[in-house]
Design a protein around this ligand. Structure first.
Ligand code: PMP
Length: 362
């Protein structure tokens, strides 16, 4: 087998090798059924046990309180940008958004298509290189919800603590940082995440919501875009993305085996520190993009003094076996996405490569 790459892709992203290997073992004949999980009915006992176990694993890992439901949906986090205001924004209310970067902006613009919106805080004046502090965030009384983007995948910023919103439900897009650290789910009305960064492959979107928010949707919304359809049918109204959900199941078991989210966070912080320390001790050769107190432990963004040098860095890193270090096309620069499944050794190798690149080009 060829060697595994040092995979820093932003999403779809690295999946733990043991998970891929387990899936490979079970690929052709799942639990002695004589078929793969992709070939069997989603109404049968075998698939159903995987489906329900995946919800239980999420409940365990995130310590999800009673009164919340896990949904497995399709259409990516991008579809949630529309479903949230369609289902939750009532007449006379506003949908309030904290604008932290590219993904928050996309969520906000989608809500604008549906109804009245409001900006609770924005760091645009700082080029989205920081997360607004909690006392900058103003939530109007008639807000249907406050939406935050927990981790801005492109800019490389992350909420370190979340606002308290009183009677207004807090909704968070955790697409790029779900399960990277413990989370107090009880603070939120709803959280959601596309799977393709920390949960598994693309194709399934996890929504975790307070049941009272999703148990009854406005009657005018088409069936598949209503939360109550999926809530009442345990995410089995139509054919779910069964293979993707099975892969999420395997990733969740792997996280559990690592010691759960406290252990995962410790590892993630050690990984991120390796890279941030290299940046901070480079005498300005590497420039961190995000302001230090807003830095993400998932997407680590940095620049070099010139685009030419950045191109050289990317080319030489690729030759050395690194993948995915080019920044998002909208902002340029460099980005290392060090999601849960990226091993410490990959980050150590990157820190060493960065130090060596500086020695040769500094
Ligand atoms: N939100 C965030 C924070 C993301 O990083 C992404 C994808 N990169 C999305 C939303 C959109 O997700 P999807 O592609 O699953 O629609």
């Amino acid at each position: 087998m060829s060697q595994r790459a040092f995979n820093f892709n932003a999403g779809p992203a690295a999946i733990p090798l043991v998970v891929l290997e387990r899936a490979q073992q079970e690929f052709v004949d799942f639990r002695n059924s004589g078929m793969s999980i992709m070939e069997m009915s989603h109404r049968g006992a075998i698939y159903e046990s995987v489906h329900n176990e995946t919800e239980s694993l999420l409940q365990k890992l995130l310590n999800i309180p009673a009164g919340y439901k896990v949904l497995f949906l399709q259409g990516g986090a991008s579809t949630q940008f529309a479903m949230i205001p369609m289902n939750l924004l009532g007449a006379g209310q506003v949908a309030s958004y904290v604008l932290t970067g590219s993904w928050a902006d996309k969520a906000y613009k989608e809500a604008k298509l549906i109804g009245e919106t409001h900006i609770a805080a924005s760091s645009e004046a700082d080029k989205f290189m920081r997360i607004p502090s909690l006392n900058e965030i103003e939530v109007p009384d008639n807000a249907a919800y406050l939406h935050v983007t927990s981790n801005e995948t492109i800019e490389g910023t992350q909420f370190q603590e979340y606002p308290s919103t009183g009677h207004v439900p807090l909704i968070a897009d955790l697409s790029s940082d779900i399960l990277c650290r413990p989370l107090d789910v009880s603070k939120f009305g709803m959280i959601y995440a596309g799977a393709q960064k920390n949960l598994g492959p693309s194709g399934v979107t996890v929504v975790i919501a307070r049941e009272d928010l999703i148990s009854s949707s406005p009657k005018t919304i088409p069936t598949m875009l209503r939360y109550d359809t999926h809530f009442k049918n345990n995410s089995l109204y139509n054919t779910p993305p069964s293979f993707a959900i099975y892969m999420v199941n395997q990733v969740l078991k792997w996280i559990d085996e690592q010691g759960g989210l406290t252990a995962v966070e410790k590892n993630n912080r050690e990984k991120a520190n390796l890279i941030y320390n290299t940046i901070d001790h480079s005498n300005g050769f590497y420039l961190g993009c995000a302001q230090p107190e807003s830095r993400s432990i998932m997407n680590l963004t940095f620049r070099l003094q010139s685009e030419e040098l950045e191109k050289k860095f990317i080319k030489e890193s690729e030759q050395a076996g690194f993948v995915g270090l080019k920044g998002h096309r909208s902002v340029g620069g460099l980005r290392a996405s060090a999601y849960n499944a990226v091993p410490y050794e990959s980050c150590k190798a990157l820190a060493d490569f960065m130090a060596e690149f500086q020695r040769q080009n500094g």
